[in-house]
Ligand binder design. Structure first.
Ligand SMILES: Cc1cc2nc3c(=O)[nH]c(=O)nc-3n(C[C@H](O)[C@H](O)[C@H](O)COP(=O)(O)OP(=O)(O)OC[C@H]3O[C@@H](n4cnc5c(N)ncnc54)[C@H](O)[C@@H]3O)c2cc1C
Length: 465
């Protein structure tokens, strides 16, 4: 009988990493990707001959080459990719800005430590204890959810500091509103504050090209414009994947990187737990402004600015289309040692309400409504004004701009309701009600580019090899 392959649903970063890990052992592997292009949330597109990245602001989990036990280097070893030829550029430094206080941080935790000692002296000792607690905690053991706010208040008497530490960690990977599960907090604290931000020397396209070429060289197969429509099941086993073309592909095992809600939609029944609990609510609007590179000289030299203008910080789906009072301003050119270009980008991200954007445009496939287009144009202008208040005005210098909304995210990824960080309920062991179906990617619990890739590798190691 012919050997059935491992079928991986989704050609985003977790799917590609899972594919490489499996194909490395000469095992038959097929990745199914519904779009024409790989990358998922982290892909690219062209406008006026210019390449735009859809997800990459900054990669988290920086590790110098020699640090063997750091996730980034483990990932490269597991994928049999050369870390030596993967050139990385560290952030120049980032800042959290609230109305009452600001905090700078870099890839050296001592900067944040010093800022806290100076600005929140009552919390300095507690912050040292918090770092130890994070280092000692294994966030991947399945455990009951624990409130980060509660845990943090035991370490840090300053509630403003708690909010200021939470905001960057939440916006980089929290699917829960208002609070954050302690395991997620530990993952994100490690990824952003203890390891830090970097960029590869090239674009996300270069990185995706590298991964795809490596996967193909190992004998892996990828099918683009191949949308999985249903999983054929028998006795708690997945037997085949049915594609939108009607074709049935038999499978030995299946890894889904589509997220819990989209995976459930392919099955005759639910995943463990209540299906409603898997639906994430956090989505975002992001505007990309392209400027002459010289303009950056007059703006703050930061990699990321996480600002909050509200008197009370809350991380949640806003009551209006976009919350301009909360934002992340990202400068992809501000990494140490990047080659100079004649233009540079500023990317500004705000929490947004999927439901209200959907009300403006109920059409899921074709052309967008005029109400949606008008709201999008207004969002660009307001986003520009909001960012200008924090970093100084830049509107007259814009060469090109683009914006995407929760509906764009939903259209180009598998994330229902544009919930970038997936489900608030994570399936940490990757298991489902089916013996040979496993979840990898955002809904397994790892987040970001490095996290998604590690998830793919871990699920292959734990369940397939
Ligand atoms: C605006 C934005 C900015 C971000 N910035 C950063 C950043 O700066 N740093 C960072 O580390 N992370 C960032 N992220 C997060 C990062 O992009 C994700 O965590 C990561 O890419 C998730 O990868 P994934 O493979 O798990 O999922 P996805 O990227 O969602 O991949 C799933 C894939 O499945 C495909 N698919 C869906 N349905 C089907 C189907 N039925 N059949 C076949 N294929 C299907 C999709 O097309 C997609 O390619 C950002 C995300 C966004 C949206």
């Amino acid at each position: 009988m012919a050997v059935q392959p491992l079928i991986i649903l989704g050609g985003g970063l977790s799917g590609l990493a899972a594919g490489i890990r499996h194909a490395r052992f000469g095992l038959p592997t097929v990745i199914l990707e519904r779009h024409r292009r790989i990358g998922g949330l982290n892909s690219y597109y062209y406008r006026h001959g210019r390449l735009f990245e859809t997800g990459l602001h900054a990669m988290t989990n920086f590790a110098p080459r020699g640090a063997k036990s750091r996730p980034l280097n483990i990932l490269f070893r597991q994928l049999k990719l050369s870390r030596k030829s993967f050139i990385t550029h560290e952030q120049v430094g980032s800042e959290v800005i609230f109305p009452e206080q600001s905090l700078r941080f870099s890839n050296d935790i001592d900067l944040l430590r010093a800022e806290i000692s100076r600005k929140f002296p009552a919390s300095a000792a507690g912050f040292a204890g918090l770092i130890n607690a994070v280092r000692d905690y294994d966030p991947f053991l399945p455990r009951p959810a624990l409130s980060s706010r509660q845990r943090l208040s035991a370490f840090l008497p300053d509630s403003l500091l708690v909010d200021m530490l939470l905001w960057p960690l939440m916006v980089y990977g929290n699917s829960q509103e208002h609070d954050m599960d302690w395991s997620q907090f530990v993952i994100m604290f490690q990824a952003l504050f203890l390891e830090g931000f970097f960029r590869p020397a090239g674009t996300i396209k270069d990185f995706l090209d590298l991964l795809l070429a490596h996967y193909l060289s190992l004998g892996g197969e990828i099918r683009l414009e191949a949308e999985a429509r249903a999983l054929t099941v028998q006795d708690r086993e997945i037997k085949a994947v049915r594609l939108s073309s009607g074709e049935e592909m038999r499978a030995d095992k299946v890894i889904s990187t589509l997220g819990a809600p989209a995976t459930m939609a392919l099955l005759p029944d639910s995943l463990p737990g209540r299906s409603a609990d898997y639906q994430g609510r956090m989505s975002f609007v992001e505007s990309i402004f392209v400027l002459p590179a010289a303009v950056l000289k007059a703006l703050p030299m930061r990699t990321c600015i996480f600002y909050n203008n509200h008197r009370r910080f809350d991380y949640c789906r806003p009551a209006e289309l976009v919350d301009y009072g909360l934002g992340v301003i990202n400068f992809p050119a501000n990494f140490k040692g990047l080659a100079p270009h004649d233009t540079a980008q500023i990317r500004v991200t705000h929490p947004a309400n999927y439901r209200l954007w959907r009300q403006l445009d109920s059409n899921r496939g074709g052309k967008r409504s005029s109400a949606y287009k008008a709201a999008k144009a207004e969002a660009v202008a307001r986003c520009q004004a909001a960012a200008g208040e924090i970093i100084g005005n830049f509107p007259e210098n814009i060469v090109y701009q683009d914006t995407f909304t929760p509906l764009t995210i939903e259209r180009y990824s598998a994330k229902a309701q544009g919930a970038v960080y997936g489900s608030p309920l994570k399936i940490k062991d990757g298991r489902t009600n089916y013996n040979n179906l496993f979840i990898a990617g955002t809904d397994q619990g790892y987040l970001g580019i490095v996290g998604a890739m590690l998830s793919g590798v871990t699920m292959v190691n734990q369940h397939i090899l």
